[in-house]
Write a protein that binds this ligand. Structure first.
Ligand code: ZN
Length: 312
């Protein structure tokens, strides 16, 4: 039996929040509709943040409503705090993800809160989530941000990441993920930190969120897969980066990750050709914006399907 892997598309949130331009709601809906039709089963469509600071995310509630009409799609959103979580609960999103930065300085800059304050808010969000009737109650997870290093503090101790993962679960998160927010991770570090966190929290560690900033994205993804991780975030066209840091790219590229998994015999449910074609929507809606990745240019190799069958 092929081993299933969930690719969680985060481009509409992580990608779009890191570029200045605001993608129109209609184009976002076209994007997520096309990706879902290509077989992507989970999409983080936006975040419930302060829209004055981040106008790219101002239509998140409308986008959640549209996305929830797509059959079989898990609709995820990022929430920075209790206020955002309340808005997310009202929107009907299926999954709430809250970032807890291992670097306390990054936590202050990112969500304006200390570790203790974020943990307190996780407990309050848990209570708000539990007040939702069970049939429609969303999943609540915490992503340990800057889990492999911080561009403000530098090195982040492994013990700190383990301690925060335990604390987030104790406060009420259903599961935790490890996020390489800054693109500092390497495969050896990925293996070591997944093992360390797993030793403390077991299978409550479910996913990784990787950036391709220094070109190690797919190598890191493979290391995580080898360690048994089966949920990987990725962004179509590797959309993202930082306007202030030329050459900085976004998340690992959804198309290339899907190709690697498919070629290795993992089951993603994704049609590679259809997925590659969804890039046209991005190219049209964001003319001139760099899109990354290799599969879309090179195409699926001849005989790819038969190789997959051999591997499986
Ligand atoms: Zn990210």
């Amino acid at each position: 039996m092929p081993d299933p892997v969930l690719i969680s598309e985060v481009g509409p949130r992580d990608g779009l929040q890191s570029i200045d331009r605001v993608m129109p709601l209609e184009a976002k809906i076209d994007w997520i509709t096309a990706e879902a039709a290509a077989g992507v089963r989970e999409i983080e469509v936006g975040s419930f943040v302060n829209y004055r600071a981040m106008p790219q995310m101002a239509d998140t509630a409308a986008l959640v409503e549209a996305a929830c009409r797509i059959d079989g799609l898990a609709v995820a959103v990022l929430v920075p705090n209790l206020t955002g979580a309340r808005a997310a609960l009202k929107s009907g999103a299926h999954k709430l993800s809250l970032p807890l930065s291992a670097s306390e300085t990054h936590s202050q800059r990112n969500v304006n809160r200390s570790h203790a304050q974020v943990l307190e808010e996780i407990a309050q969000i848990r209570a708000a989530v539990d007040a939702v009737p069970e049939e429609t109650r969303p999943h609540f997870e915490v992503g340990i941000a800057t889990a492999f290093g911080c561009s403000i503090e530098g090195a982040v101790p492994e013990a700190k990441v383990v301690q925060l993962a335990e604390a987030a679960l104790a406060a009420g998160a259903a599961e935790v993920g490890l996020s390489d927010t800054t693109g500092y991770a390497n495969p050896a570090m990925i293996r070591a930190r997944i093992r360390a966190v797993r030793a403390a929290v077991g299978d409550k560690l479910t996913g990784v969120h990787l950036h391709n900033t220094r070109g190690l994205g797919l190598a890191n993804a493979l290391a995580a897969l080898d360690e048994g991780i089966r949920t990987l975030d990725a962004s179509l066209g590797g959309l993202g980066g930082c306007p202030a840091a030329p050459g900085a790219s976004g998340n690992i590229v959804t198309e290339d990750l899907a190709f690697m998994l498919d070629a290795m015999g993992f089951e993603t449910g994704i049609d590679l050709d259809r997925l590659a074609r969804t890039r046209e929507i991005l190219a049209r809606a964001l003319p001139g914006e760099p899109l990354y990745g290799f599969l879309a240019d090179a195409g699926v190799p001849l005989g790819h399907g038969s190789q997959t069958q051999d591997a499986a």
